[in-house]
Design a protein around this ligand. Sequence first.
Ligand SMILES: Nc1nc2c(ncn2[C@@H]2O[C@H](COP(=O)(O)OP(=O)(O)O)[C@@H](O)[C@H]2O)c(=O)[nH]1
Ligand SMILES: Nc1ncnc2c1ncn2[C@@H]1O[C@H](COP(=O)(O)OP(=O)(O)O)[C@@H](O)[C@H]1O
Length: 205
Amino acid sequence: MYKQRGLLIVLSGPSGVGKGTVRKELFQQPDTNYEYSISMTTRSPREGEQDGVDYFFKSRQEFERRISEGGLLEYAEYVGNYYGTPLDYVNATLDAGRDVFLEIEVVGAAQVREKVPDGLFIFLAPPSLSELQVRLVGRGTEEADVIASRVLKARDELEMMNLYDYVVENDEVSKACDRINAIVTAEHCRRERVEKRYLQMLEGE
Ligand SMILES: Nc1nc2c(ncn2[C@@H]2O[C@H](COP(=O)(O)OP(=O)(O)O)[C@@H](O)[C@H]2O)c(=O)[nH]1
Ligand SMILES: Nc1ncnc2c1ncn2[C@@H]1O[C@H](COP(=O)(O)OP(=O)(O)O)[C@@H](O)[C@H]1O
């Protein structure tokens, strides 16, 4: 029997827009049906972050070994650290017919677009650049110079918005989650219709 692979959902957008917040909220909802792919990074853990839960924290040497072995679906260097998506987990989960959710920055998302063109690409946008800065300052996890470089980077990141299937504004976390859930549901319906049509055409041969 023809079994459709799971859907690869990619949530991206500038640092500080609220990707992590929205993702955590989505995964707290009881009816969420996607599997979260935990990324690998060379960044040091922040207070309260756990290895294997928030990230797989690796040395630069170990990360570069994974790159050379082809073990990452995508990776990017972001403000001095590597971040990447382990390939095996994504493939195994999609093959089992389950959806995978990636929360990654825009350079990595563009690599995934090349490799998985039938993924669902959602760009999370801030209400404004000044609100983005307010959120980064409010989070209080970076020094002023890092915040400044992230806001500067956000201008380039916003230009990549048109490469995405959908742009979701993160004005309020619960509204952003509702929009993402609606988009995923609509995409499932679309894929089911395509699959049905495909099977009908095969039967007609
Ligand atoms: N390309 C890529 N980006 C990632 C990955 N995991 C996290 N990121 C992104 O890397 C950036 C920095 O992440 P982090 O240091 O945790 O800071 P924060 O997201 O701003 O709290 C964010 O834009 C993340 O979405 C990954 O596996 N691949
Ligand atoms: N819709 C929102 N309204 C106001 N503040 C928000 C909203 N979404 C996230 N935030 C806050 O903005 C900051 C950055 O959010 P975070 O999820 O860490 O962003 P990202 O993962 O995109 O870097 C956090 O302090 C978070 O609480």
